[in-house]
Design a protein. Structure first.
Length: 496
């Protein structure tokens, strides 16, 4: 199946991994086997999944000469020899346990990714759990285009080094075999944490990841030879143990415009939902194309929704179209915040992230910020502590106090009317008027209690809250609390 030069990656995602075996003879009983896995394509979310329940085995794709895939040019091999290790196919097969199915970490656009172990010094394989853990990506030997993208990864990651770019350790090239060896990222991709985990990713980690990814893009854009990433998405943002983010998969990366040029003209590739509209329409690629993609990822971080999800109602399938009307309206903004966060996010942080995302996805590329400007906006958001849940409880408390006033009035005038009538406070008219032997003055202390005892019971607190807040003709009027060794409550006599 040949790729159409004018179509994006989403047009060729339906190919199955079984195509890999077509390039070489197969034998089901070969002891050196790799899994044949069907790639399941979920059209609703534009994503792919491994069919883990349908794994049979075929012969490994032993290195063989292929006229479709030219070997790595000598200039590249010489250029990156000091920085990169060169592995043999047998070394990587041993490091991954013969590419066994349970070592598969995932599947990218151009091949499987396996977990493996190598010795700390050199290329020799190590026992599982010892040495250095690595991720080994094997290229599907299905044509020249795959080789180009493999070569692009070697070219860019072989010379680019930054804390927020995944480290390329080495490569393997033997006839038609193309493999890359990366540092292992313990926590997998941002995509998994946002969309496939039951426990939501905390807001602080989301900001940390967004900032690190922004720094990675800024580094690519600002180098002496600018690079346009062209495939910025959550599945390409990998996380280490401390949730430090690094960009991976540079197969679609492109050298940026040089000199007086404003853009690079290229075929349209990428992932639907992330690609900038002007790039889709014209094929003109600029650093602002990456900025748009970053804005889409910011929306995914903010909302917990995928960039494209056809399982949702028609008006909500495209994240950008759905979210755009809410981003600049503070009153409506909170309707789109990821509900799984349960208000555990910074109010200012959400507002600033939404405004930043709005600028990044601007229809006019010139109106989008640079990645340096994006970094400057995100840096201070790490230290914000104005959690929405605290503000919510504060408002709830205020509403509760107001509600308690009206509820207390209802309760004291109706529900507890009998108790009031029989209460010692309900004295006779003669006593209230100061006539007879039971006459008292309105300000007389008539209910003396020990403060600590009643505080433990809660009755004194309830009495203070209920009575002090109410002014009504049929309720006793609260005058004061006498603080001292023996605290007392003071009431005046009211008509009943």
């Amino acid at each position: 199946m040949e790729e159409n030069e004018n179509c994006g990656c989403w047009a060729v995602l339906k190919r199955t991994v079984s195509d890999v075996s077509k390039s070489s003879p197969s034998s089901k009983h070969s002891p050196n086997s790799i899994p044949r896995l069907t790639l399941l394509y979920d059209s609703a979310t534009e994503t792919r999944y491994l069919n883990a329940s349908d794994r049979d085995f075929c012969a490994p794709a032993e290195p063989r000469l292929s006229f479709d895939n030219a070997p790595l040019p000598t200039r590249l091999e010489d250029k990156y020899k000091p920085q990169l290790l060169k592995f043999s196919f047998q070394e990587l097969r041993s490091a991954t346990g013969n590419f066994r199915p349970d070592s598969i970490l995932g599947e990218g656009g151009f091949g499987f990714v396996f977990k493996g172990w190598i010795e700390e010094n050199g290329t020799a394989p190590a026992k599982p759990g010892s040495g250095i853990t690595v991720a080994v990506k094997s290229l599907k030997p299905d044509g020249l285009q795959g080789h180009r993208e493999w070569e692009a990864e070697v070219s860019f990651l072989g010379q680019l080094h930054h804390p927020n770019l995944v480290k390329l350790i080495g490569y393997c090239i033997e006839d038609d075999q193309r493999l890359l060896v990366y540092e292992f990222m313990t926590r997998g991709s941002l995509e998994n944490h946002l969309f496939r985990r039951t426990i939501p990713l905390p807001w602080s980690n989301r900001i940390k990841i967004a900032l690190a990814a922004a720094k990675g893009l800024a580094f690519l854009h600002n180098g002496p030879e600018p690079v346009i990433y062209r495939d910025f998405k959550t599945s390409n943002i990998l996380l280490d143990t401390e949730y430090n983010a690094k960009l991976s998969d540079f197969g679609l990366a492109k050298a940026g415009p040089q000199g007086d040029k404003t853009h690079v003209s290229t075929r349209v590739v990428g992932t639907y939902g992330y690609a900038a509209p002007e790039y889709l329409m014209t094929g003109h690629l600029t650093s602002k194309s990456d900025v748009y993609s970053f804005g889409v990822v910011l929306l995914e971080i903010l909302t917990g929704r995928r960039s494209m999800d056809k399982k949702r109602p028609s008006g909500e399938q495209n994240l950008v179209s759905w979210a755009r009307p809410y981003l600049d309206d503070k009153r409506k903004l909170y309707h789109i915040v990821d509900p799984r966060l349960e208000l555990n996010y910074s109010i200012q942080g959400v507002q600033k992230v939404s405004r930043l995302a709005s600028h990044c996805i601007s229809r006019d590329p010139k109106s989008r910020p640079t990645m340096d400007e994006v970094v400057k906006v995100l840096v201070p958001l790490q230290d914000l502590n104005d959690l929405a849940i605290l503000a919510y409880h504060s408002r709830l408390s205020q509403q509760g106090r107001r509600k308690k006033k009206s509820d207390g009035l209802h309760q004291l005038t109706y529900t507890q009317s009998r108790n009031i009538r029989t209460s010692p406070l309900n004295i006779s008219q003669r006593a209230r008027d100061g006539r007879g032997k039971d006459s008292i003055k309105p300000s007389t202390i008539i209910d003396e209690v020990t403060f600590q005892q009643e505080l433990r019971k809660g009755s004194l607190v309830d009495e203070i809250v209920n009575i002090a807040a109410i002014s009504y003709i049929n309720v006793v009027k609260f005058l004061s609390v006498l603080e001292g060794r023996r605290e007392k409550t003071t009431h005046s006599v009211a008509a009943l």
